[in-house]
Design a protein around this ligand. Structure first.
Ligand code: COA
Length: 338
């Protein structure tokens, strides 16, 4: 029997992002549904969001983000061992994985490819999967992408949901490092008793699409906004702290919190729970809205690009979403030149 190889560390060796050009402002939304810029900003913090062009599917957003992350990492597409796409708005309804489209688009012909479906927590789940593969020495180069085309699943006549969501993609390259460096650990969780609180009811095996269901807007995002809000406020800060404690750190050790970007009030409550000033919290939802599985890698990219992330910094990512699901990763940032 061979001796199992020792664990090693896994670090973020490259980051990239892509958002479609078209910007949809609150003022434009106010001409589509009964809402106002003032209401949206006050209740959510969102000012505008990006919307995919008609010919763009989720893999079209994911591919440029992935290529940028590979370039930053100095890795070729051929060197990628595995592509994981965190998405709940894939190119097709499950067949095939969006990761397979990305593999073809970027020319990563040696990579295995699959999707992770944990909705807005998806990136935190996918990053933890990448950590396991790299730490166990199974793979050396894993591309983790959060990418969504929410605009295709939004009911544009429902003012309670259509104001929240946007489209975009963020990507990271996960590569080996010394044990104790890089992604230090994660916590993941789910509460399936909350499946009805946030979902796209029709179009799956439970409720295959019919003309009646489409007419009743059952193929678009439904949510119990108040219940989801309560869950998020209760869970986000707690989940982040659980991850921090899991890796043996305290809130004082955290240099930057990168939370899922759903609502500025939810982000503020998480920061408060952790005793973190807002200067240590990354928020860009004013410009992108809620891009589901893409919010965290996009925010991470922007924090890195603007020089907010320094070598050795402790970064905590935390997501929550449909499922209900939640997840958090603690990352000791390496040296990644901007
Ligand atoms: N513009 C104007 N008025 C709106 C509106 C809009 N876009 N959406 C809802 N309203 C109205 C409601 O109809 C309600 O009117 P009423 O009092 O006459 O019934 C009033 O505003 C208050 O609605 P309420 O739902 O109580 O607002 P809220 O403060 O809870 O904010 C959300 C609503 C959706 C912004 C908030 O609940 C939320 O962010 N929930 C979490 C959603 C989320 O993050 N989902 C994704 C998770 S990954």
């Amino acid at each position: 029997m061979s001796i199992p190889p020792a664990l090693r560390g896994a670090t973020i060796a490259g980051v990239g992002m892509y958002v479609p050009e078209r910007i949809l402002t609150n003022a434009e939304l106010a001409r589509m549904v009964d809402t106002s810029d003032e209401w949206i900003v006050e209740r959510t913090g969102i000012h505008e969001r990006h919307i995919a062009a008609p010919e763009q599917a989720t893999s079209d957003l994911a591919a440029p983000a992935a290529l940028e992350a590979l370039k930053v990492a100095g890795q070729s597409p051929e060197s990628v061992d595995l592509i994981i796409v965190a998405t709940s708005t894939g190119d097709t309804n499950g067949y095939p994985a969006t990761a397979a489209y990305v593999q073809e688009k970027i020319g990563a012909k040696n990579a295995a490819a699959f999707d992770v479906s944990a909705v807005c927590s998806g990136f935190t789940y996918a990053l933890d999967v990448a950590l396991q593969y790299v730490a166990s020495r199974r793979y050396d180069t894993v591309l983790v992408i959060g990418a969504e085309t929410n605009s295709r699943f939004v009911d544009w006549t429902d003012r309670t949901t259509c104001i929240l969501f946007g489209d975009g993609a963020g990507a990271v390259v996960v590569r080996p490092t010394e044990y104790g460096e890089g992604i230090l650990g994660s916590i993941l969780g789910a509460d399936g008793s909350g499946t009805d609180l946030l979902k796209v009811p029709a179009g799956g095996s439970r409720l295959p699409l019919t003309a009646e269901l489409i007419a009743a807007h059952q193929n678009t995002i439904y949510q119990n906004g108040k219940a989801v809000y309560r869950f998020a406020v209760d869970k986000m800060g707690v989940a982040a702290m659980e991850a921090v404690e899991f890796v043996g750190l305290t809130a004082e050790d955290v240099d930057l919190l990168i939370p899922h970007q759903a609502n500025i009030r939810i982000i503020q409550s998480a920061a408060k729970h952790m005793g973190m000033p807002m200067e240590k919290v990354v928020s860009n939802l004013d410009r992108y809205g809620n891009t589901s599985g893409a919010t965290i890698p996009i925010a991470l990219y922007e924090a890195w690009k603007s020089g907010r992330v320094k070598p050795g910094n402790i970064i905590v990512t935390v997501g929550f979403g449909a499922g209900l699901s939640w997840g958090a990763n603690v990352i000791k940032w390496g040296t990644l030149p901007v």
